[in-house]
Structures are given as C-alpha cells and as structure tokens.
Ligand binder design. Structure first.
Ligand SMILES: C[S@@+](CC[C@H](N)C(=O)[O-])C[C@H]1O[C@@H](n2cnc3c(N)ncnc32)[C@H](O)[C@@H]1O
Length: 330
C-alpha cells in the first residue's frame, strides 16, 4: 500500500457546508453505482468538505468498503466492472463523513502497511510514518549481520506506538528479542496485538512503563544490545499548529517532546550507557525533528565527548536520524 501523507495545513470549512455535502452524497450514491462513479463522487465530496488528499483518501476508503485489497492495479481493474451494494454505499457514506471531519484514513480503515506488513491502527496511537521505515532500513543495513551473530540480540524500542519498529526488526532478525515501552495503555495493547498477529512467537513484549522508570531500574542495566526510538519530538508550542488530522486525532503524548522537543531524546542519551551491554552494538538510533540533529550533536560533544553522533538524511534530504556510537570505532 502506498503511504498517505496525513499532515496537511487546511482550514476546516463550516459545519453547514459539510452537512449539505453529506446529504447530497447520501442521495447521490445508490446501489447501481459503479466503482468509478463512486470514486468520482467521493472525491468531489471530499474536496467540498476540504479533506486533505481527496483522491488517495477516496481510493483507500473504497478499497476498504469493497474488500478488493489496496493495490492500485486491482482498484483500476475494477473501476468499470464492480458495482457497490447498498451496504457498501452506506459504509462509504459513513467513511466519508469521518474523513470530512479530518479523521485520518488509517484510523477509518483500521490498518496501515509498514515495511510490507499490515498493522492494525487505532486512535489515538500514532500512525506509522514512511520516515520510520527508513530508520528501520538503516538499522538493518548497518546491523543485521552483527545482531544475527548474537545468540539472542536484545533490542530496546522506546515508545512502541503500533509496535512497528520492534516488530519489523524482529521479522527481519530471526534470533532477536525486543522489549518495547510505552506510557499509553492503548498503544501497549495494540503493539502486543500486532506482534501476536504478525510474528506468531513470543520474542516481542511491550511494557506499560515510562522510559525513565525502565532506565532507572538497575535490573535493566546492560540488558540491551541496541536502543532504537522514534520518540515524541515536536516542541510543545508547535503542537497546536499541526494539521487537523494529527492535532485532533493522534495522541499528543506521542508528539509533544517538551519545550524544545528534546525531553525524551536527552533522557535516552543520558541513560544509554547504563542500558547497553558492553557486548552489543553500543549504539542508539533515533528518529528526530529535522531541527534536532545538529543540536543533539552539540549536546553530545559537550556532555559525552567520547560518543560519536552520525547524522543521516531522510529521502527528502532533511536531517532526520541520528546514530550515536557510545564507543566510536570509526
Ligand atoms: C512518535 S510515537 C512513535 C510510535 C512508533 N514507534 C512509531 O514509530 O510509529 C512515540 C511513542 O512514545 C510513547 N511515549 C511518550 N512518552 C514516553 C515515555 N516517557 N516513555 C515511553 N514511551 C513514551 C507515546 O505514547 C508514543 O506511542
């Protein structure tokens, strides 16, 4: 499935206009509706309702109601041959109403793909983002062989959300185990459920615990071979300015990283040496705001001059990931 960008800056339209369009789509969609007609009408309704990504949204919502899968080729193949049932029309109308209220498509259809696997998504747990796939890819490229050589490589994933980082790493590194942490009870349940569905073994465990509680418990010291995280990193003052899809539906506890966005990031750096085993990679991998890598580099130079901070760009050439080596080898 292609990734749908949820974040868009849009001004919501008045409720009266939206209500009118919903009424007209209800009248407009009927049981003789082809997929093509339903698609065109749905795009029109979403445009009128000022929903972001109207075409992609309409397609995903129609794929969901018709159960044809999410491949573009399957969608196109069915455009003029598939007709919606009354039940499907009703479900589409209900989906469109939610989308006009800026509910992200992923929450409406209840799933999203990440690194080739389909994860259940549920509000307000953070929807997996494409940049995070890049983080996982970098970690695998750099460390898969090292971690595979270990008897049971131990991964610590801070801030599980849907579980995408830890579960994807385990799907690719067959001998690894992963402890994820999250302060959101909904996220913990969802991550463990996704792990059960996708891995079918007991190597993944998401705990309902804050990072600081985990890090300050000496039982966890030297227990990990690698630390990974996509922590909350948006500065608090920016949260209210986020796109409605994000601001209204996603957990602010997954977004807000404190005054400068660096609260958890600094905690992770400060406790990394205690948590990492001397026999492991001695590395921390983070996804951060594109404003952060140079600040993190300065922090490390000042506080931990023996560490080495590597800054990695994402596909859109933004400084996005940091890899911190506690015992620099290069
Ligand atoms: C940006 S989301 C990342 C979710 C997931 N890893 C992903 O990449 O899609 C950050 C997650 O960290 C969790 N979180 C926030 N503060 C935390 C803390 N102090 N300790 C552990 N988890 C925390 C949030 O509940 C949220 O699920």
């Amino acid at each position: 499935m292609l990734h749908l960008v949820t974040a868009r800056l849009m001004r919501p339209r008045g409720a009266v206009v939206m209500a009118t369009r919903i009424a007209s789509i209800s009248n407009g969609l009927n049981s003789k509706l082809s997929l093509k007609n339903a698609f065109d009408t749905a795009i029109q309704v979403l445009r009128q309702g000022n929903a972001s990504d109207p075409e992609a949204s309409a397609r995903y919502l129609l794929c969901d109601v018709t159960n044809i899968g999410y491949r573009l080729s399957d969608f196109n193949k069915n455009l003029n041959t598939l007709y919606l049932t009354d039940e499907q029309v009703n479900k589409l109308n209900s989906h469109l109403q939610e989308r006009i209220k800026h509910k992200p498509v992923q929450y409406i259809i209840g799933n999203w793909d990440f690194y080739g696997m389909t994860y259940l998504c549920e509000p307000p747990v953070l929807i997996p983002r494409p940049e995070t796939e890049e983080l996982v890819e970098y970690i695998l490229n750099e460390h898969k062989p090292n971690l595979e050589k270990m008897k049971a490589a131990r991964i610590l994933d801070i801030g599980a959300g849907t579980g995408v980082i830890g579960i994807t790493l385990l799907s690719q590194i067959k001998n690894a185990v992963c402890t994820s942490l999250d302060v959101s009870e909904t996220a913990v349940k969802l991550a463990n459920l996704n792990a059960k569905r996708l891995l079918n073994d007991s190597r993944y465990s998401c705990k309902h615990q804050s990072f600081l509680d985990h890090a300050t418990d000496v039982k966890n010291h030297q227990q990990y071979d690698i630390i990974v995280s996509n922590p909350p990193y948006i500065p608090s003052y920016e949260v209210q300015g986020l796109d409605p899809e994000v601001r209204l539906y996603e957990d602010h506890g997954a977004l807000d990283g404190g005054a400068d966005g660096l609260n958890i990031i600094k905690d992770i750096i400060n406790y990394a040496a205690a948590l990492l085993s001397p026999a492991g990679t001695q590395e921390v991998w983070l996804e951060v705001s594109h404003h952060h890598p140079l600040v993190i580099d300065e922090y490390i130079k000042a506080q931990y001059p023996q560490y080495k901070c590597h800054i990695i760009q994402d596909l859109s050439k933004k400084l996005r990931f940091v890899r911190i080596e506690l015992q620099a080898t290069k």
